[in-house]
Design a protein around this ligand. Sequence first.
Ligand SMILES: NC(=O)C1=CN([C@@H]2O[C@H](COP(=O)(O)OP(=O)(O)OC[C@H]3O[C@@H](n4cnc5c(N)ncnc54)[C@H](OP(=O)(O)O)[C@@H]3O)[C@@H](O)[C@H]2O)C=CC1
Ligand SMILES: O=C(O)[C@@H]1CCC=N1
Length: 276
Amino acid sequence: MEKIVFVGAGSMAEAVIAGICKQKSVDSSSVYVMNRSDDDRLRHLQESYGISLVSSNRNELKSADLIVLATKPKDVQVAMEQIVPLIKKETVVLSVLAGVPISAIELGLGLRGIARSMPNTSAAIGKSATGVAWNSIIDKKDKQQILTLLGSIGIVVEVEEDQLHAVTALSGSGPAYVYYLAEALEKAAIQAGIDQPIARELIIQTLDGAASMMQKTQEEPDILRKNVTSPGGTTEAGIRALSEGGFQEAVQSCIQGAETRSRELGKANGKVKSSS
Ligand SMILES: NC(=O)C1=CN([C@@H]2O[C@H](COP(=O)(O)OP(=O)(O)OC[C@H]3O[C@@H](n4cnc5c(N)ncnc54)[C@H](OP(=O)(O)O)[C@@H]3O)[C@@H](O)[C@H]2O)C=CC1
Ligand SMILES: O=C(O)[C@@H]1CCC=N1
């Protein structure tokens, strides 16, 4: 896809832009970005990644091959109303919005090829775990090009559209759960007498090592856990405390709560009226 325009310039847009520019899956000169009002933010993206800004007459939208919708769900209706008069019918749309259904984008931007995806912020370093679903009329070639683009920022799995709520809860929000765990581990480590920089180093390597073990050995996580857990040893004591603290239940509520929120965002932002 020759020309890609990002509508929205926040954290997720930056993660995808950083990923595709660093992986060189697109030429940064063919990437454009626009937002609502934050000019400093646009300058930061321009300077950091060598991409271009959509000009005030928004002419770049007219020749876009791909538009990446990256506003907050609550802002997407206004954004779509603003861009729909400008975009040609061949332009394909890639949404990264949580919850918002493809049908809402078809209503807002007209019937065209649409991909609804859920990447995560690790896209910035080529490590996103992305789910994607398609509308029925998307062209095979466009699908392949989007898969290649998303594949350049990490792994990508095709799912049914309804499953994207669960994907959002799991891997879209997932990095935040891991950072939350890291924060908790670091606090506890400091309390136990380890210096903060050393605690940080040990935590990063432990998370990285455990993830790599799962990936490289393809072993079940419960087996890997048991390999660490000596009978009557330290891990057993630690896991017991987690279990007594309701660890499994908390994780289940976490995913359920996030999935429910994704469905709510879809309902709140899904009934947009066509402005074309
Ligand atoms: N953050 C994450 O980890 C993930 C986020 N997502 C999804 O990505 C989307 C963006 O999230 P995030 O990047 O965190 O949000 P941010 O709030 O960081 O960014 C939102 C962007 O949308 C822009 N915007 C708002 N209205 C318009 C408009 N009418 N026209 C053009 N741009 C507009 C804002 O511009 P301005 O600042 O000028 O107001 C801002 O640049 C959300 O829908 C979210 O569900 C998906 C996966 C992960
Ligand atoms: O918190 C959110 O709503 C977005 C979607 C997934 C990650 N961040």
